[in-house]
Design a protein around this ligand. Structure first.
Ligand code: AVI
Length: 321
């Protein structure tokens, strides 16, 4: 994930809307300011947070098989990455393609201009032969605009379990944007965190060092910093819960007492009852049948599930029928 250049008005509006909702909510996209980005880097290195390591293992061990189908077309193609971030995992694919002198162009899409600049600079140093065309945009807008479309086959990467941070309806909507943004024969590689022992999942969002707690509380700090809020972070508890039926891991901030919180930029005071919750994030875990249903909803066929040795995570290759 990566820092979003948040528009002050949009942030204020979303906070206003979320804290006036019942139950109260705050959108998880606001986790990612400079401090949140750093905390997320720390999360990825936590022993309990298996997701990043598992996906790395898949790409490291199976990148040839993942790329075999697009390479079998024996023509130049476009590699598009939605939510490129630091490109750490993607570099496994990029290095392999460059080493094997494959003709392709890389289109990293990210909302943050600074993230794209850093990525472009890093790639220019490490892989100077690589053609990089950065796109500063949201997932959905980039799929509407499809500036990469030039008749070549496209392989679209949507890695890192990012789709899991959307609720069911929204995930279907994003897959629908993928449908509109691709042509027959185009491929999509999506990262899904799989349903597994509920305790393993819960531990990943309730780590023993309290980094995920800090990440969640940073939302309140950010409101204090940017919107003149007076949240007392110590009076909120970080509380993730996992429902093995829906596969939804949901994070909350629970108010330990009845309290008032004023946000200057909104000219509003919000009332919290004791133990009232703010819902902050969904991280959905999928079964293979749910993944297949999602693929079908967008007119995609599942080509192969590339899974790590423990069956924790899967990068799933879809093709547009
Ligand atoms: C970015 N995203 C896939 C992470 C996840 O696992 O849902 C964000 C995260 N939230 C808490 N820990 C990590």
């Amino acid at each position: 994930m990566n820092a979003k250049n948040t528009d002050f008005g949009t942030f204020a509006q979303d906070v206003m809307l979320g804290l006036n909702s019942k139950p109260k909510t705050l959108p998880s996209k606001y986790f990612y300011d400079a401090k949140g980005d750093k905390l997320f880097q720390d999360i990825m290195a936590l022993p309990e947070y298996y997701l990043t390591r598992k996906e790395y293992e898949i790409l490291e061990g199976q990148h040839k098989e993942i790329l075999a189908r697009i390479l079998a077309q024996q023509q130049p193609f476009n590699l598009v990455e939605l939510g490129a971030g630091d490109g750490l995992k993607t570099k496994i694919l990029l290095r392999f393609l460059i080493k094997n002198k494959i003709q392709f162009s890389y289109y990293p899409v990210d909302f943050s201009g600074s993230v794209l600049e850093e990525l472009e600079q890093g790639l220019a140093e490490e892989l100077p032969e690589l053609e990089v065309i950065p796109i500063q945009s949201t997932y959905r807008d980039s799929l509407k605009a499809q500036i990469w479309e030039n008749g070549r086959p496209n392989l679209i990467l949507f890695l890192g379990a990012n789709l899991g941070n959307f609720g069911v309806e929204e995930a279907i909507n994003i897959v629908d944007h993928l449908r509109v943004g691709t042509k027959k024969g185009d491929q999509v590689l999506l990262g899904f965190d799989l349903k597994k022992n509920p305790q393993t999942i819960l531990d990943a969002y309730h780590d023993s060092q309290g980094v995920t707690r800090e990440f969640n509380l940073n939302l309140l700090d950010r409101i204090n910093r940017e919107l003149g809020g007076d949240f007392d972070r110590e009076s909120f508890v970080h509380w993730p819960s996992y429902d093995p039926v829906s596969g939804e891991c949901r994070s909350h901030l629970v108010s330990k007492k009845s309290q008032l919180v004023t946000i200057d930029a909104l000219s509003q005071t919000f009332e919290f009852e004791a133990y009232e919750c703010i819902f902050t994030e969904i991280s959905k875990k999928y079964s293979f049948s749910e993944i297949s249903a999602l693929a079908s909803s967008g007119g995609f066929q599942v080509i192969e599930n590339f899974t790590d040795s423990e069956g924790y995570f899967s990068d799933v290759l879809w093709e547009k029928s």
